[in-house]
Write a protein that binds this ligand. Structure first.
Ligand code: FES
Length: 159
């Protein structure tokens, strides 16, 4: 469990705005996500009692919308496209390689918090299929060998 102080300067103004404007719970969660980079468990607990919405409802929303993250991101963000064009060009093999190399499934973060791996449906650059994005940089026409090298580079360049 993390040790986030839920009474920080981050949460109070967000809750104040929500209460003053009678905003939507989704909007509130989006603001919290933007402030923290994810939705910390302790913060959701505080929010639940502050706005009188059951914690299970907040978790239901947080898990329904996959733009919400319940864990902090790793240092490096790996994203593999699994849209149709990328799929037919071999994305499943690329995904297998990433999951095997990082020892996590899509949507997860390595224990050392070094990598977070996600999949996405079409990044709008289908001519580059299969496409992998590492820390915002597009890498097209990847395969198992190429993605293995890319992961090693991402892990060593700034450490
Ligand atoms: S399907 Fe992968 S970029 Fe379009």
């Amino acid at each position: 469990m993390s040790t986030i102080d839920t009474n920080t300067d981050l949460l109070t103004p967000i809750l104040d705005t929500y209460k003053a404007e009678k905003g939507s719970v989704i909007g509130l969660l989006q603001d919290i996500h933007e402030a923290y980079g994810y939705l910390p468990e302790e913060v959701l607990g505080t929010v639940s009692s502050e706005i009188d919405v059951p914690l299970t409802t907040l978790y239901g929303l947080a898990t329904f919308y996959n733009s919400f993250r319940l864990e902090p991101m790793g240092k490096h963000h790996i994203c593999a496209c699994v849209g149709t064009a990328c799929h037919v060009k071999g994305a499943p093999f690329v995904v297998d390689t990433i999951e095997r190399e990082l020892k996590i499934k899509a949507g997860g973060t390595t224990e050392d918090k070094k990598y977070t791996f996600d999949t996405v449906n079409c990044l709008g650059a289908c001519a580059l299929a299969p496409l992998v994005v590492i820390d915002g940089e597009y890498h097209g026409k990847t395969d198992q060998k190429k993605v293995g090298k890319l992961l090693k580079t991402a892990g060593t360049e700034t450490d």
